[in-house]
Design a binder for this molecule. Structure first.
Ligand code: DSN
Length: 438
């Protein structure tokens, strides 16, 4: 593809054809390969437009009505709109829409509610928790004292497959460790997280309760997962996963925590907010409040369940026995003891199936190699795929992995993937623009 016909971004093609070409190529990649990374999605064109807007030019340190620079009258309206829409979407008393990412939102809450050295009880990274839940590699574990809970063991019984959050362990550790904060939430956990038992345990030991809703935020907004708002003291979340907004973070909390949370984000942790992203968050919050989004959220879960059923039928073992949310965690070992998550991810990439390797509970392999894969349905559900396509995808995955030494078999899958994706373009108008240049 020559730079002249590679991209729909006509306005500035001549000024930076190199970057314009790369944007065009990425649009092409997203449109012609399957996007199964559980934390990714396709935003609406309106979200893209807001995040690519002139609001990026403005410095707005502070909050609406209390800025450190002039000229923020419009910006204040933008941020107020985003805050009001976030509050209305989740039924929350207060919202902070400035965190640049989910990690910043979590750090902001820790900074607001804790002193250095305080104890936090959160989920183990290797059982599905997040880096900011106290991983040794994260600054969180250097500033605060993290104690970790994990999953129960796996069971052969299909009715009680196990590998669910061990609430007895959470209660026991809460009593023995007396954390100041208990965190619920995960990045690689396929079951519903009920906030109620966490609240009860937190109350028994006088701890704050934070729900990290980065992954299920869209499922909560769409009414298919229980809302922790009003149960947890604070919910952090990202806006770009199931919620389908721009890349970023946000916090909703009780009114009495508002000042501490706000001060922790700015000036505690961040400087100028990304107001173009804040505007895009406002767009996404409004989109997520619609009946269409409720249907979308239900379809995300239905698709994940269909993918899980077909993968199981193809001989894969699923961590937690299946899924209640937007993701499926595959333990590759029973399918092929030699196959690592890393090799599976790489060969699937070559077949046009984008996903990420993931540790499984008590993984004998390192986090870089892993024995598992994490697959998610948010993006391809946005593109319009349904349960029939999920069965096809499971078959393509199974075929690719079982014939991974056969380049012609991988090429055949790649062709079928391209055909499938052509029927579900995520950005038809952008692609039409790109094609129109040719
Ligand atoms: N990187 C995110 C995910 O993929 O789940 C978590 O931060």
């Amino acid at each position: 593809m020559s730079p002249e016909n590679a991209t729909p971004f006509d306005g500035w093609l001549e000024e930076d054809p190199e970057v314009a070409r790369l944007l065009g190529e990425e649009l092409d990649r997203q449109s012609t390969t399957l996007q199964l990374i559980a934390s990714e999605n396709f935003t609406s064109p309106a979200v893209l437009a807001a995040s690519g807007s002139v609001l990026t030019n403005k410095y707005a340190e502070g909050y609406p009505g209390r800025r450190y620079y002039g000229g923020n009258q419009i910006i204040d309206e933008v941020e107020d709109l985003a805050r009001e829409r976030a509050k209305s979407l989740f039924g929350a008393e207060h919202a902070n829409v400035q965190p640049h990412a989910g990690a910043n939102a979590n750090l902001g809450v820790y900074q607001a509610l804790l002193e250095p050295g305080d104890t936090v009880l959160a989920m183990r990274l290797d059982h599905g928790g997040h880096l900011t839940h106290g991983s040794p590699a994260s600054i969180t574990s250097k500033v605060w004292h993290f104690v970790s809970y994990g999953l129960t063991g796996a069971s052969e019984d299909p009715d009680t497959p196990g590998e669910v959050i061990d609430l007895d362990q959470v209660a026991h550790l809460a009593k023995t460790e007396r954390p100041k904060l208990i965190v619920a939430g995960a990045t690689a956990y396929a079951r519903t997280i009920d906030p109620v038992p966490f609240r009860e345990i937190a109350d028994e030991v006088g701890a704050y309760f934070m729900f990290d809703g980065a992954h299920p935020a869209g499922l909560i907004a769409g009414g298919v997962h229980p809302s922790p708002v009003g149960i947890a003291d604070v919910m952090t979340f990202t806006t770009h996963k199931t919620l389908r907004g721009p890349r970023g973070g946000a916090i909703v909390c009780r009114a009495d925590l508002a000042k501490r949370i706000d001060s922790a984000i700015f000036p505690g942790l961040q400087g100028g907010p990304l107001e173009h992203v804040v505007a895009a968050k406002a767009v996404a919050f409004a989109e997520a409040a619609t009946p269409d989004f409720r249907r979308y959220a239900a379809q995300v879960v239905a698709n994940a369940k269909a993918l899980a059923t077909s993968l199981k039928a193809a001989g894969f073992r699923l961590v937690s026995g299946g899924t209640d949310n937007h993701m499926v965690l595959v333990d590759l070992r029973p399918f092929d003891a030699e196959l690592t998550g890393k090799e599976a991810q790489e060969v699937l990439d070559r077949a046009g199936i984008t996903c990420n390797r993931n540790t499984i509970p008590d993984d004998p392999r390192s986090a870089f190699i892993t024995s598992g894969l994490r697959l998610g349905t948010p993006a391809e559900t946005t593109a319009g795929m349904g349960t029939a396509e999920m069965a096809t995808i499971a078959e393509l995955i199974s075929r690719t992995l079982s014939q991974r030494s056969d380049e012609s078999a991988i090429a055949a899958v790649r062709a079928e993937v391209a055909e499938l994706c052509a029927a579900f373009p995520p950005y038809p108008s952008l692609m039409a623009g790109a094609a129109g240049r040719g």
